[in-house]
Design a protein around this ligand. Structure first.
Ligand code: ADP
Length: 250
């Protein structure tokens, strides 16, 4: 049985099999694109071992509390955000066993004062571990989005992630292929560096949708690493449009 999360209408998990495929970057940009459609959006950084959202949303410092216990989300680029990264220092590794991880995740989800959100987007850690099971079994997840790159090795792990959600009866809303193509900044030549068509095939096989393909583009990298995502720096550009198009399909 899962309890509703106060202040949240829909909980959506963004997951990947492998790390480094751009799941956190996609989460940030997708959340901002959803907010641009008029929705109220938050991000829960559930990647407790490697929280990225504080940096991606240019947030730091300790969150306030409402009554000494309930945390107030930090707000970056209009997105209500909670992350373990606000509560522990940057350099300290989290070395916790399963029960502590479950407890920390539960606290971040249920003891944050989410203010009237249509969507709480959850940036999941890579893989299929304790955090995934806790989310899927104890929290009312409306659906999951899988982010993958086109390499066989990333697709293999993404397929495992997708199957895990199917097993625990969380609907898979679709797949996003990140780093689909690279367009040369000098000559404009477009190349499928990591392979072509893998995510589309995976979506077909799994009976789900390919929600969109995002290019490997230096502006996405500099944007997320500097806390100024492309939706802020170039809201009318083609990259922002690609995220907006995915946001209308989720
Ligand atoms: P994950 O959450 O899957 O571990 P991240 O979102 O942290 O991956 O991304 C890993 C690195 O790749 C980051 O430096 C990020 O800026 C970069 N990155 C992600 N997506 C893209 C993209 N489409 N184009 C260029 N760089 C990207």
């Amino acid at each position: 049985m899962s309890n509703p999360v106060p202040g949240v209408k829909h909980l959506i998990a963004v997951a990947s099999g492998k790390g480094g495929v751009g799941k956190s970057t996609t989460t940030t940009n997708l959340a901002m694109a959803l907010a641009n459609t008029g929705a109220r959006v938050g991000i829960l950084d559930a990647d407790l071992y490697g929280p990225s959202q504080p940096r991606m949303l240019n947030l730091s410092g300790l969150p306030d509390t409402t009554d000494g216990k309930i945390l107030k989300p930090m707000v970056g680029h209009g997105i209500q955000t909670m992350s373990i990264g606000f509560l522990v220092d940057d350099e300290s590794p989290i070395i916790w066993r399963g029960p502590m991880i479950t407890q920390a995740l539960t606290r971040l989800v249920y003891e944050t004062h989410w203010d009237n959100l249509d969507y709480l987007i959850v940036d999941m850690p890579p893989g299929t571990g304790d955090i995934h099971l806790t989310m899927a079994q104890k929290m009312p997840v409306s659906g999951a989005v899988i982010v993958t790159t086109p390499q066989d090795i990333a697709l293999l792990d993404a397929r495992k992630g997708l199957k895990m959600f199917e097993k625990v009866n969380v609907p898979v809303l679709g797949i996003i292929e990140n780093m689909s193509t690279h367009v040369c900044g000098h000559c404009g030549h477009e190349e499928h560096i990591f392979g072509e068509g893998g995510a589309r095939k995976m979506a077909e096989e799994a009976g789900t949708e390919l929600l969109g393909e995002l290019p490997l583009d230096i502006r996405i990298r500099t944007g997320s690493d500097s806390g100024q995502p492309v939706l802020v720096t170039d809201p009318d550009g083609t990259l922002a449009a690609a995220y907006q198009s995915i946001a209308t399909r989720v």
